[in-house]
Design a protein. Sequence first.
Length: 333
Amino acid sequence: MGKLMNKKLGVEILATGSSFPQKVLTNADLEKIVDTNDEWIVSRTGMRQRHIAAPNEATSDVALGAARQAIESAKIQAGEIDLIVVATVTPDMFFPSTACFLQTKLGLKNIPAFDLLAACSGFIYGIGVAKAFIESGMYKTILLVGADCLSKITNWTDRNTCVLFGDGAGAMILRASEEKNAILSVSLGADGSYADLLYMPAGGSFKPASHETVDAFEHTTIMKGKDVFKNAVPKMVKAAEEAIVKSGKKVEDIKLFIPHQANMRIIEAVAKKLSISMDRVFVNIHKTGNISSATTITALDEAIRTGKLQKGDLVVLVAFGGGFTWGGCVIEI
Ligand SMILES: CC(C)(COP(=O)(O)OP(=O)(O)OC[C@H]1O[C@@H](n2cnc3c(N)ncnc32)[C@H](O)[C@@H]1OP(=O)(O)O)[C@@H](O)C(=O)NCCC(=O)NCCS
């Protein structure tokens, strides 16, 4: 921990990174697996392809690529990191945490590392956690990762879900600063009464793994798509609006909106309700599908690397996911 003690601490975002497994699964590939077609997938979701991890590739392996890229772009040594947080719903194992595996893969030791589970809102929850830890003076340089390999918990015989999900990871390096306040606001929420609309029911203490749970595909994502859709739009609008109000900024001040990439129709409906034209909304769903905790951070990283964002630009990240959980934040790049 550094000796930044007297002034009120803020956060500086040093850099981001992202990484995807090599294998790409196109809509045409899916046509060979289940009764579906490219036209249905594109028109109902906006997705054209998604990355799929190899059988021996775990979430921490994909996270490692993103973390290394963020560390390199931040021009820091990995040893300067004093906390690792990984948002994921597809940890390498129940325990130890994926953050612990990532720590070792980065060649680090002794610094704290833990996972955070808030489904598709996980990275935004992570921004809130990182902000609080840094502003309190507890940690100075945080590696925050959103990483998921949803292909590993997908029922590849269910066309209602298997076309929607992909794998990937994004990372951000956040550092304490006496000058910057790059996380202007964070707004989070949850409603656990909707748990059974989007969940993986078995494998935990509620329904431990058994032959029956495996046969019933209860170790895969089970979703009532239409109900999720109906809830996602108002909750993402609310989270974005609350974050903007909290930040003291106006919608016009925001350069780019980066929504969770779950469905193009959800993204368009949210943008319309916020009165934001689609040219100010970042979309990469056609390339990635839904990667849960990794969507907003991989999209942000792409927007930065392709020059759509410059230093000083304000961005809204907003997400919604299983729980239900939701979250929005206003950040300065
Ligand atoms: C899943 C989703 C794309 C389905 O779109 P939808 O318009 O609601 O479609 P429906 O579920 O009503 O299905 C319409 C028809 O298409 C069929 N269908 C479903 N998946 C299909 C597929 N992959 N290919 C072809 N047809 C498919 C259904 O069987 C149904 O047929 P039927 O009318 O004969 O019964 C959409 O509901 C959605 O994106 N929901 C939110 C998902 C989400 O955001 N999840 C993650 C949140 S983090």
